[in-house]
Write a protein that binds this ligand. Sequence first.
Ligand SMILES: Cc1cc2nc3c(=O)[nH]c(=O)nc-3n(C[C@H](O)[C@H](O)[C@H](O)COP(=O)(O)OP(=O)(O)OC[C@H]3O[C@@H](n4cnc5c(N)ncnc54)[C@H](O)[C@@H]3O)c2cc1C
Length: 392
Amino acid sequence: MSDVVVIGLGPAGLSAALKLVESGRSVLLAAKGEGGFQLSQGTVDVLGYSPGRVANPLAAIGELPAGHPYASIGAEKVRDAVAWLRDTLGEELLVGDPAQNYVLPTAVGAMRPTALAQPSMVAAHQAASYAVVGVRQLKDFPAELLAGNLGCRAAWIDLPARREVDSSGHMFARAIEDPAYAKRFAAAVAAAAPDGAVLLLPAILGVKPGTWRRVADQVGRPIAEVPMQPPSVPGIRLHDALLAKFKAAGGRVIIGSRVVGCKTNGGRVASVTLAVAGGTRDLRATDFVFAPGGFASGAITVDSRGKISEPLFGLPLTQTDANTLIGPDYWAPHPLFEVGVETDAAGRAKYENLYLAGDIIAGAERWREKSGEGIAVATAVRAAESIMGGRA
Ligand SMILES: Cc1cc2nc3c(=O)[nH]c(=O)nc-3n(C[C@H](O)[C@H](O)[C@H](O)COP(=O)(O)OP(=O)(O)OC[C@H]3O[C@@H](n4cnc5c(N)ncnc54)[C@H](O)[C@@H]3O)c2cc1C
């Protein structure tokens, strides 16, 4: 029996679990797989578009409609939650101000607003000029496309991480942890790139938080990491750091097993049922944080007739007919992606000890707004504080 069982290993589940374990609760975190950080840019988006590009996310939160997840939390609590994550991870991993977006290049050369970024990325914010340096043996970093869209030059270096001709970013990041390889890498970058511009490099500068700084010192010029396709090295840094802190504080983790059901007792959840090899196992707790993601992670499903449901707890959804929720224009907003569960002010739904966090909560089209991580962290902190405050 735990004080709290947290379901989900994305930004929401990890944040809630860490906050709770640091308050002295016994916490068991259960997830069927990795969460959204590995797919992300390794930044924390609070609000990037609403609908135009947002410069100050906290000011823009005040303008959001009543059904938006931020509306019931309020800008101050969102600021506190995001600042808590930044300060908990420390300035080697996250810097920035939730009241002021950075604008940083993506791997295809679009400029993207985000509230918190890794220190290895921020030299790209409002830089006067850029040059791009790609690595021939690294797949998924289109240096010429990036440079073309930014109107600057691309240069290439030849430096395999291992013997493969097309290694992943993670493989390069591991290689750069070796000081001898990092020195060769930095020398090749310095030789290939023109002077006088911020050098945009693929986000492969180490799996550990401070490694990029050693490379930057050796290159001797301003550099900025540009996140690439998943698996995202900067996202893995955030995930690993949060998980390590959770474990160090005494948290327990079960990864690779799916929660398939629950047992309830009156208006309370008594346990959730985990599918394990050869059977099932009941995880009992006083409180439960449900942070399973949304459509993308399979937490909300659509059947062949277009009926939308949340299969685990049977939570009520804001809409249930997918047929009416997708429009003909791919780029237009699709109400389907705002479908989710509404919560009370403490973050609860249906059961008095079931607290929701992250994508499962209705009311935002996260990928379009660039708000997914901010909502995840803010709702996770609300769930944790509700439990810590004994509001269940
Ligand atoms: C294509 C795409 C692009 C996006 N782009 C952006 C962006 O640019 N900016 C932004 O802010 N957001 C973006 N988002 C949204 C962002 O990824 C999510 O908002 C964020 O990951 C939500 O975090 P979460 O913790 O709620 O869920 P997730 O990160 O999805 O984590 C869910 C966790 O729950 C686990 N889980 C699910 N069901 C079960 C079960 N039955 N049993 C056990 N474990 C379970 C999963 O394995 C996982 O560990 C994007 C999303 C998509 C799909």
